[in-house]
Design a protein around this ligand. Structure first.
Ligand code: AMP
Ligand code: ZN
Length: 109
């Protein structure tokens, strides 16, 4: 296993506020929420960053689960934002691909 914070969360070695899990993804509450609802959705397969991912099926699967979790688990019927930070310049701090789901209030842009 790579020495990766999010791989350790998937494995249960580091505690997390799990909101959803299936065979492909794990979703949990961000430890420093930037909106009333702030959940991270991560593939169980370790991929460092979106730029490194040349697997359209994995990217599509991740977006499908984001949609499903937002609608069916988090009940964000009013709407939400999806953010993927890419590499240092994009604000990425944890190098295991993840999508942020932000919602629960009107989000300025
Ligand atoms: P990013 O800047 O896109 O790499 O986002 C990483 C996110 O992971 C940040 O929003 C952090 O607050 C969050 N984070 C870091 N460590 C943990 C943790 N142990 N549990 C939950 N969220 C975390
Ligand atoms: Zn990882």
């Amino acid at each position: 296993m790579p020495d990766c914070l999010f791989c350790k969360i998937i494995a249960g070695d580091i505690p997390s506020g799990k909101v959803y899990e299936d065979e492909d993804v794990y979703a949990f509450k961000d430890i420093h929420p930037k909106a009333p609802t702030h959940v991270l959705v991560i593939p169980k397969q370790h991929v460092a960053t979106l730029s490194d991912c040349d697997d359209p099926a994995l990217i599509g699967m991740l977006m499908d689960r984001v949609r499903k979790i937002a609608d069916e688990v988090l009940n964000l019927a009013a709407g939400y934002r999806v953010v993927i930070n890419v590499r240092e310049g994009g604000g990425q701090e944890v190098f295991h691909l993840h999508a942020h789901i932000l919602g629960g209030k009107k989000l300025p842009f």
